[in-house]
Write a protein that binds this ligand. Structure first.
Ligand SMILES: Cc1ncc(COP(=O)(O)O)c(C=O)c1O
Length: 389
């Protein structure tokens, strides 16, 4: 780890990661396919360290979007099966095979690429489009695909899969996810003679299954659907499911006060003068900005934790800085020095107080996924915990 002249960092709690993984595993049981998603730099947390810690927890499969992401994991010593979801051309197919990764196929071209270069038997996961309309074969291709895989000497079909476009409704018996699940169930039945399993459940699906765990007739209980957890692994649930999964957020985005300014009543703060002091104010300048992933949409909208209290972000968020109105805190504790005071944009402060990334997501009219994945590349990830398992 290089020196930290600017003490702005994302603290990554590996104990929380392990805790969340074991919570998910409780729902999964031990005979279910489980493939944690570590794409997009492990949802912003640091893919290599996240993958290695998950391996210590017993993980055997990992999901990435890009071949590049998989290559980085392999070069860093990750041994698990790495499923590559985005797709590939012939050159990409060669890389996937050279580095013992597992292709998820969505087109005939991809199948033909693999067939033409494989020297040995290659395991393949086959994606179907059941409504997301992004990747995957249309279900009407099932017969042709079945015949193909039945006869192929080189490509061994391991699983079929699909992806929820509205996983938040999976606990309902009449939602979009139910329709998608029904479609994949038909396909699974059709492909059964090839001895395949199916994976489907993202965070919405898994949290939904946790919610209906006592209802053995619920449609999600059938078929032992494989899990591909993303967000819940990192400690947040999709909104409005309210399952009893006990999750612990893994990332805390932190900085330290750069300086505190006195701003007179009537003066403005930051670009465009979008905040005017209504009284003589104490303004903490914090060295973190939109180039670090704090969305500019949060200007004058969101809160941060400062000295254990919630304080407002005032004025426009800059590329490298943001400002907090800390007047009330300083008025209460006049004798304390505040240079070097820790600031938490989301996550836990030193005393365990918590500010949710969901709040930032709401204020930015975004989603928790984006808040986590957009933490900037120049923000060092500092890993804590991880010794106990
Ligand atoms: C194919 C696939 N499976 C699983 C996931 C995990 O989704 P979530 O973060 O909602 O759990 C993603 C993420 O977008 C995905 O693209």
């Amino acid at each position: 780890m290089s020196e930290l002249f600017r003490r702005t960092f994302a603290e990554i709690n590996l104990d929380h990661l392990a805790h969340n993984f074991f919570e998910i595993q409780k729902v999964a049981g031990f005979d279910r396919f489980l493939c944690p998603m570590v794409k997009a730099n492990g949802y912003g947390h640091g893919d290599v360290q996240i993958a290695k810690h998950l391996e210590k927890c017993g993980v055997e499969n990992l999901g990435v979007c890009l071949i590049e992401e998989g290559l980085l994991l392999r070069k860093s010593g990750v041994q698990s099966d790495i499923l590559v979801f985005r797709g590939f051309d012939k050159y990409g197919a060669q890389k996937i095979l050279d580095h013992h990764m597992i292709p998820v196929v969505s087109t005939w071209d991809q199948i033909h690429c693999l067939e033409s270069i494989a020297d040995d038997v290659v395991s393949v996961h086959l994606k179907f489009n059941t409504g997301m309309n992004r990747l995957g074969f249309d279900p009407d291709q099932a017969e042709q695909l079945f015949t193909y895989f039945k006869n192929s000497k080189k490509l061994k079909l391991k699983s079929i899969l699909s992806h929820f476009f509205n996983g938040e409704d999976a606990y309902l018996e009449n939602g979009e996810s139910k329709k998608q699940t029904d479609q994949l169930a038909l396909l699974l039945n059709f492909f059964k003679p090839l001895n395949v399993f199916a994976h489907l459940l993202n965070s919405g699906g898994i949290a939904s299954l946790a919610k209906v765990n006592n209802d053995s007739n619920h449609y999600l209980q059938k078929n032992n659907w494989g899990f591909r957890p993303g967000l819940i692994l990192y400690g947040y649930q999709p909104k409005n499911i309210f399952s009893e999964l006990n999750l612990k957020p893994v990332m805390s985005l932190k900085s330290v006060v750069n300086n505190i300014r006195d701003v007179k009543k009537g003066e403005s703060v930051s670009y465009g003068a979008k905040w005017i002091a209504g009284r003589d104010s104490k303004i903490a300048v914090v060295p973190i900005g939109y180039a670090d992933g704090v969305h500019r949409m949060l200007s004058n909208k969101n809160l941060a934790l400062f000295s254990g209290q919630l304080v407002p972000i005032v004025g426009r968020i800059c590329m490298d800085f943001l400002m907090l109105d800390v007047t009330d805190v300083l008025l209460k504790k006049q004798n304390k020095k505040y240079d070097d005071e820790e600031v938490v944009l989301f996550g836990y402060d030193q005393d365990g107080q918590f500010l949710s990334a969901e709040k930032a997501a709401e204020a930015a009219q975004s989603i928790t996924w984006e808040m986590l994945t957009s933490v900037g590349e120049r923000v060092p990830r500092l890993f804590k915990g991880g010794a106990e398992l």
